[in-house]
Design a protein around this ligand. Structure first.
Ligand code: 13P
Ligand code: SF4
Length: 348
């Protein structure tokens, strides 16, 4: 196998050779060995916006996970080809809501609530779910704009059906003043709605999904940091459980976390509850601040990490040789409905 340096040089050469024909967007959770080649780095909202704007590149080699590449395909033109360097780079959260479960849930919820719900889906969902949401008047959200989108949803309908991340949904609704007792959880395995108060008071129906990376940050981690480093500030992603967010000092999207650390004074101390590659990059870029992972065992997103240097090089070599591999192409009818949900978000 090629040595690391040889592979890196080859990627640089291909990038030079392809010039503006090639665009390489990269999520902040990507490995350093891949991230170094990013033409644009961003969180999921930024990557969606960047994809929507790019009309030049013939090839978009997406360094992120499957749902992000699907979004890029939906938002770019038919002449552009989106490639995911490793097809196994999925997202366990997106996998927690399939379209059949969702349609069944919608039917059952409509029999309880009639026409009072607007569906919203976190962009971390399949194109089929985005299409379902688009068809039913709803929109996508990201962790950067969730508050704005949920607020908008309440101008449309009395209730919000939020897929697939219960935590982002709960944390966002709570910030907007919805009481926990007025939130219900839809369990797609048991096909039942779990709620505490009166059914007619339910304002938000949360899909029972979660991120397996952010689930690793716990109240115990927070108690440990508070005891050992009393001066340390705790910042977490809103994909963490509500109790964890409530006990932290700050919570927000990937971009919010990066901006907060960048603007923090030298000498400040931070425990960060988010994906490992981002935490490590922040540690490296801010030697003047004390930064640790909120969970002392670093938490990688295993699927994000599947995009590595060998896979990136392999997909680029294939393009050069005229045999495109791992092309992400969303079926036309699905894309047509999904784009409605994405555009409702992008225009707000
Ligand atoms: P953001 O990029 O919106 O912060 O989402 C984090 C994430 O889990 C991406 O998969
Ligand atoms: Fe999915 Fe969580 Fe990984 Fe993001 S960090 S891709 S939500 S599993």
């Amino acid at each position: 196998s090629l040595a690391q340096e040889e592979m890196e040089n080859r990627v640089w050469d291909i990038k030079k050779e392809m010039g503006a024909q090639l665009f390489l967007p990269c999520h902040h959770y990507q490995r350093e060995e891949v991230y170094q080649f990013a033409d644009a780095a961003g969180d999921s909202l930024q990557l969606a916006q960047i994809s929507a704007k790019n009309r030049h590149a013939k090839y978009i080699v997406f360094c992120g996970v499957h749902f992000m590449a699907e979004t890029a395909d939906i938002l770019t033109s038919a002449e552009q080809t989106v490639i995911l360097p490793d097809m196994r780079a999925g997202c366990s959260m997106a996998d927690m809501a399939d379209i059949h479960q969702t349609e069944r849930a919608w039917d059952m919820l409509q029999s309880l609530f009639g026409d009072t719900m607007l569906p919203l889906t976190y962009v971390n969902s399949t194109a089929a779910i985005k299409a379902f949401v688009g068809r039913n008047g709803g929109a996508t959200v990201t962790s950067s704009n969730a508050k704005k989108m949920v607020k908008w949803a309440f101008t449309q309908k009395k209730r919000v059906f939020f897929l697939p991340d219960q935590h982002l949904g709960r944390n966002t609704a709570f910030d907007l003043g919805v009481e926990l007792a007025d939130m219900a959880v839809w369990d797609p395995i048991r096909n039942e709605l779990i709620y505490e108060g009166a059914l007619e008071n339910v304002k938000v129906i949360l899909w029972k999904g979660h991120c397996s990376v952010h689930a690793h940050f716990t109240i115990k981690n927070i108690e440990f940091v508070r005891a050992k480093y009393p001066d340390m500030q705790i910042i977490v992603h809103p994909e963490c459980a509500h109790e964890v967010v409530a006990l932290s000092d700050f919570s927000g999207s990937t971009k919010y976390i990066i901006d907060t650390i960048e603007n923090a004074p030298a000498g400040s101390a931070w425990a960060i509850g988010t994906e490992m590659n981002l935490v490590q990059r922040l540690i490296k870029n801010h030697p003047d601040k004390k930064i640790i992972s909120l969970n002392p065992v670093m938490c990688p997103c295993l699927t994000m990490n599947r995009i590595d240097l060998p896979h990136l090089l392999w997909s680029l070599e294939n393009i050069i040789e005229g045999k495109e591999t791992n092309v992400i192409k969303v079926e036309e009818n699905t894309a047509r409905d999904a784009v409605l949900a994405l555009e409702r978000m992008l225009k707000l």
